[in-house]
Ligand binder design. Structure first.
Ligand code: IPE
Ligand code: IPE
Ligand code: MG
Length: 249
């Protein structure tokens, strides 16, 4: 850890979600292809994953490709998909070394077959012995996720296997892609944009939001530590008053 940042090891967020934004602007500033920005984005993800695993974060969930990103020029989409496949191949050993399980959420069937195959393979190979789960949100839309969950629950009501009265927060949570994980404690967005862009809308109901002005390829371990340091300075009240939170400590 860099010397100036002191983190409380007992209050490391269990789940960090990241909107990895700014690859294109990073490349543009340098006068190079956007795809090179995305390639450098993979390096930033590797650094961040390693740092999270070293700090004891259990879940890291990153926004890699949104449903809306399908509207980008075909050339860029093709580059992104091919970077995804080559990154999955080249990063396997690093994932294994760092005991990181790779997972994916989103409309995975809409990705090219090659990507699906690679994702499945890396998931299987990293699922035996792991301490952290890295989840890639791919072809992901939070509103779509909620529509799918609603549809599945409606089907169960129609079949008569549940009553409408049984629909509660827990049931909805169980029908989301993220049913196996706790909600994010901290959401980081890079590139200076202050928006959520259809990411984990339900799950971030009580997450601490942190906006970093740096472009994603420039995001370093120290920036992650700064985000966690800021997170640790905040008081998460969950609707209560400060005195109640302090009394519980
Ligand atoms: C984030 O960087 C990566 C993806 C959305 C795939 P961008 O490509 O959105 O970069 P900017 O926002 O144009 O700089
Ligand atoms: C959000 O970034 C999606 C990812 C980081 C993959 P965008 O760059 O697509 O978001 P907007 O369009 O600027 O909100
Ligand atoms: Mg962007």
């Amino acid at each position: 850890m860099s010397s100036s940042i002191q983190l409380d090891k007992k209050r490391i967020p269990r789940h960090i979600a990241v909107i990895m934004d700014g690859n294109g602007r990073w490349a543009k500033k340098k006068g190079i292809f956007r795809s090179i920005g995305h390639e450098n984005g993979v390096d930033a993800l590797r650094r961040t994953s390693r740092a999270c695993s070293r700090l004891g974060v259990e879940y890291l969930t990153v926004y890699a490709f949104s449903t809306e990103n399908w509207n980008r020029p075909k050339l860029e989409i093709d580059a992104l998909m091919s970077i995804l496949v080559s990154a999955l191949r080249s990063e396997l050993d690093i994932l294994l070394e760092n005991k990181i399980r790779l997972s994916a959420i989103g409309n995975i069937e809409s990705l090219p077959k090659k990507c699906q195959r690679e994702l499945r393979e890396v998931h299987e190979k990293t699922s035996e012995d792991f301490e952290m789960t890295l989840t890639l949100a791919l072809s992901y839309s939070s509103k779509d996720e909620l529509v799918l969950a609603t549809r599945r629950i409606a089907e169960q009501v129609k079949e008569g296997s549940i009553d409408p009265e049984e629909i509660d927060e827990k049931l909805i949570q169980e029908h989301l892609f993220t049913s196996e994980m706790p909600d994010p404690d901290l959401l980081i967005r890079t590139s200076g944009e202050h928006r959520i862009s259809n990411y984990l809308l339900w799950q971030i109901a009580y997450a601490e939001l942190y906006f970093c002005p740096k472009l994603w390829p420039d995001f370093k371990e120290e920036d992650l530590e700064l985000a966690i340091e800021e997170y640790q300075r905040r008081e998460r009240r969950f609707g209560k008053i400060s005195e109640q939170i302090k009394a519980k400590k």
